[in-house]
Design a protein around this ligand. Structure first.
Ligand SMILES: Nc1ncnc2c1ncn2[C@@H]1O[C@H](COP(=O)(O)OP(=O)(O)OP(=O)(O)O)[C@@H](O)[C@H]1O
Length: 290
């Protein structure tokens, strides 16, 4: 019997990359003998609504073409459904795809993982009643995100560089209470991040070493460092060479609370809400092709 797969496409992901990638992926899946139904989304709400319809339709699998925002929306419905879920990276960050080992710049190769049909169950975090597929964080990076979102110029990643430099001028370490299982840590810090996978922000290894299926949350606390050291840390986060820095504290646990007054938490690259945030783990909640 042929496998029937629904291809849910966010055409706006990656500034139109989603729309460009869709025919390539459709062709690859069809050439391999799968029956492919393509659904283009016209709004954020469509991602969950269409995913729910696909589950109800009895399709064998679903694939999402998009970035971390699209995966986040789909995961709200697909988590715990048991429906095998393929990821075709087409965003700017693609940290969930990176975490499960899907090729990032080769949509045909990503489609081939769906054709091969090997699945694994991966963990999701849960915070403020939402499933989170990558990292929840709050601190210096929240302020940079907020500033960058308010800027109309420049477009693209240089906006984050400018926002980072602007924020660095005035940033002072924040007061946190971080609770990991039964351990309560009162500390000043630059930021606190909690992830199921290792990266956010398009490959920054903020939770370096996080295993996507170990049933645990990885917690990173960047304790107070000078502005220059913080700036120098960003390229190191990309390469993973920050690991072992004396001011970076790494912990693991099953429940985490982050609290710092006046700070907004971000999750999967979008604002999640004001701290405090309680984070738990949903082990093996999503079944992915990888
Ligand atoms: N037609 C649409 N379908 C789905 N989402 C849409 C659509 N138009 C705009 N959006 C918005 O796009 C966001 C998702 O974009 P996505 O994250 O997939 O791409 P990106 O921002 O380019 O990549 P990344 O998150 O990896 O940086 C959603 O949160 C939603 O608000």
């Amino acid at each position: 019997m042929t496998r029937r797969i629904a291809l849910v496409v966010n055409p706006t992901s990656g500034k139109g990359l989603g729309a460009r990638v869709a025919p390539v992926v459709r062709g690859r899946l069809a050439a391999a003998g799968l029956t492919v139904d393509v659904h283009a989304t016209t709004s954020a709400e469509d991602v969950g609504r269409i995913s729910a319809d696909v589950i109800a339709s009895g399709a064998d699998a679903v694939a999402l073409i998009g970035g971390d925002g699209t995966i986040h929306l789909g995961a709200q419905v697909l988590a715990r459904s048991g429906m095998p879920f393929g990821v075709i990276p087409a965003g700017t960050g693609n940290d969930f795809a990176r975490g499960i080992g899907v090729p990032l710049n080769d949509p045909a190769a990503a489609a081939d993982l769906i054709v091969a049909g090997n699945t694994r169950a991966v963990d999701l975090a849960v915070a403020k009643d939402e499933f989170i597929t990558t990292v929840v964080a709050g601190g210096f990076d929240s302020l940079v995100n907020k500033r960058a979102n308010a800027m109309t110029w420049p477009k693209g990643n240089s906006r984050y560089t400018l926002a980072t430099l602007a924020e660095l001028r005035t940033f002072k370490p924040l007061e946190y209470v971080v609770t990991v299982d039964d351990e309560v840590i009162e500390t000043r810090a630059m930021l606190v991040a909690v992830g199921t996978g290792p990266t956010y922000g398009g490959g920054l290894q903020i939770c370096a070493g996080a295993e996507i299926d170990d049933g645990l949350l990885d917690v990173t606390i960047i304790q107070p460092v000078s502005r220059l050291t913080l700036l120098q840390m960003f390229p190191k986060l990309s390469k993973g060479t920050h690991v072992g820095h004396p001011m970076i504290r790494a912990l693991r646990g099953r429940t985490v609370r982050i609290d710092s007054p006046g700070i907004t938490a971000y999750a999967d690259g979008e604002p999640l809400g004001a701290l405090p945030v309680d984070i738990t783990i949903a082990p093996g909640a999503l079944t992915v092709y990888a």
